[in-house]
Write a protein that binds this ligand. Structure first.
Ligand code: HEC
Length: 125
């Protein structure tokens, strides 16, 4: 994994449960903003509940990933790493599959992506 993603992922990890005692309210605010960004940029495909069933699904050739099971899907990458790589178009997909998700990283501030990752991390099943 590239260094930039690793250090950003470490920053996102800082939002995780271990940082709760330090900045509970800041963490909650980041998750709230992340949810708002998510609904704006991601929910059309991945669904309001992030279950991969958004309103645009019928128009897509590839089914969007269920983003509530990223942690339990067997990948060693953290939720934040998966999100950061996906918006950057560098995520791994199945052997014959292509990367179908649009690349967002040129258009979204990294802080926005980090907040989306914090939100998605908070809704893992
Ligand atoms: C135009 C539809 C579309 C939008 C909008 C979209 N995605 Fe996706 N996304 C997909 C599709 C299709 C896949 C499955 C194919 C692939 O992995 O490229 C996917 C896969 C993913 C994955 C799984 C990557 C992995 O590791 O397997 C993540 C994480 C993800 N998207 C996050 C996001 C986030 C965060 C946003 C909003 C910033 C977003 N997506 C917006 C269509 C979309």
């Amino acid at each position: 994994m590239n260094k930039k993603v690793m250090s950003i992922a470490a920053m996102v990890a800082g939002f995780g449960p271990s940082a709760y005692s330090l900045a509970d309210s800041q963490h909650d605010e980041a998750i709230e903003r992340g949810q708002a960004h998510y609904l704006l940029f991601c929910a059309n495909c991945h669904g309001v509940d992030a279950d991969g069933n958004g309103p645009l699904v019928e128009l897509l050739k590839v089914t969007p990933t269920n983003l509530t099971t990223l942690r339990s899907s067997g990948s060693e990458a953290t939720v934040a790493e998966r999100v950061l790589q996906a918006v950057d178009g560098r995520h791994a997909v199945g052997e014959s599959a292509e990367r179908k998700m649009p690349v967002f990283s040129d258009n979204l501030e990294i802080s926005t992506v980090i907040e989306i990752a914090a939100y998605l991390d908070s809704i893992q099943k």
